[in-house]
Design a protein around this ligand. Sequence first.
Ligand code: PEP
Ligand code: MN
Length: 265
Amino acid sequence: KLVSKKWKAKPTSIDLGDGVRIKDGDMALMAGPCSIETEEQIVKTIEHLKATGIQIMRGGVYKPRSSPYAFRGLGIDGLKLWYQHAKAAGIKIVTEVMQVSQIEEMYDYVDIYQVGARNTQNFNLLDELGRVDKAVMIKRGISGTIEELLQSAEYVFSGGNEKLILCERGIRTYEKASRNTLDLNAVPILKHKSHLPVVVDPSHGIGIRQFVPQMALAGVMCGADGIIFETHETPDLAYSDGQQTLDFDQSTKLVKQIKDAFELR
Ligand code: PEP
Ligand code: MN
């Protein structure tokens, strides 16, 4: 496979410009709300990220929701608004693309296209992302194996797009005490098998706010190249995933801990 270390021994480094990189031996931080909600929320979040030194903001404008009646995102207008503020602040954007038709309309406003866990095996979407000159982060499928994640990455890479990031975000198991089971085994295994950077998402991985920092730090220690987590000024008022979202104080504290843990690695 092209994404395997047998094909390419040298780790793949992703350069987003302005000195923002995702690469082996480094610690990329991505944080922000589950959903982009309002202009005020965008501004407040960017202020928080700047104060904390986080260079990449996450947030969904196209949301895959279990219920069709739940908030499904602000769409392309929300992305354009977000982009104006992010660009002015020098913050990069990672956001989910749900279908092929959105790739082009989103192109000018994103730095990383996120493929969500529900779309990991949307092979038409992966094929099209293979033709794009823009970074792609593929999340592990809800019930996907490590091998299936690598096969999904292979779709994009073989299409010609080598700016790829893998993300462990927890899998569905028999365990009900947490939202998902964050499979940290995947980190060393993916790093061993593939030259692509690996990011851990402890927010979706455990789904319980008070335990997110511990799982983030565990992700750092087991070799992740980056951590993506959800943060919001008032998590309990968030339109989605508030239960697993850190407030800004918790986020600030976690970033310090991640930096300390990374030093020890
Ligand atoms: C998200 O990042 O908000 C999200 C929907 O993630 P996942 O696809 O991992 O569930
Ligand atoms: Mn979420």
